[in-house]
Design a protein around this ligand. Sequence first.
Ligand SMILES: Nc1ncnc2c1ncn2[C@@H]1O[C@H](COP(=O)(O)OP(=O)(O)O)[C@@H](O)[C@H]1O
Ligand SMILES: [Mg+2]
Length: 298
Amino acid sequence: MSGPMDGDRREPAGAAPPALSVQDLHLRFGGVVALAGMSLAIDQGIIYAIVGPNGAGKTSLLNVVSGLYRPNRGRILFEGRDVTRLPPHQIAGLGIARTFQNIARFKGLTVLDSLLLGRHLHMRTNAVTAGLFFGPARREEIQNRDSVEDIIDFLEIEQIRRQPIGTLPYGLQKRVELGRALAMEPKVLLLDEPMAGMNIEEKEDMARFILDVNEERATTVVLIEHDMGVVMDLSDRVAVLDFGKVIAEGPPAEIKVNQEVVRAYLGEEDEALRQKELEAEAASSEAQAEAGAAEVLG
Ligand SMILES: Nc1ncnc2c1ncn2[C@@H]1O[C@H](COP(=O)(O)OP(=O)(O)O)[C@@H](O)[C@H]1O
Ligand SMILES: [Mg+2]
């Protein structure tokens, strides 16, 4: 028997609804148009990259899909089910988790607590409201711990489990942020620039984790990423956004040679400039982390 979770990617076309599809999404902030009629369909089990210049609407798309913002118009379907009007916790509960581009939150939490927090958002029974420590709530708590331990193993962060996130190097902070999303056991994982500001080695590690999550857990991955090398290596399909719309969509090899896309939206000058910005950002973040570590160590 073959189910959607057994990792088999080669189901006949039409057998399963897309993991995620958005139809004609519009989102405005006052006079600013963030999404201008965006439509996409993302098949189950693939790695789907989303690229485009700053301000194209990439983060807005994730915010709408995860229920943080309500679109002015359009629909969001998760495995064929309309989730457009659901609040964020219900969308997360159905199996859509995301990482944030700005990971400045939760810096005081230890790695372990951050993952347990992610996990608790996924928990059905609450030990306090259930009024029972033993029984179902207790069993669930043990399950939560086991699941979090699996993720710690998987992400190779055993040695830093007791460290406050804010004291970690930037690359590891991003890895823990991935762990927090994984703790929710998502079917669809939305990653907002998970490799931004990383050095090559950190990027390679993150790329490997993303591939493994996709393969071992049969998780559909939506990856916002600026590094075209990474996009070409990792993704099964790519959408290029600009001004809140999809301007090109297809397998990476096709997108790569789409001259209009290359010239207009992925210009090398832009990319070089952006890389410099990110390196500066990472350097300042690492300096902060070091200052934090110094404080903790007294
Ligand atoms: N909360 C917000 N309030 C006002 N404008 C926003 C907000 N979020 C995004 N925008 C605007 O929407 C547009 C798309 O932004 P965003 O989705 O963050 O782009 P990207 O992630 O592709 O860089 C930009 O013009 C941005 O300034
Ligand atoms: Mg963004």
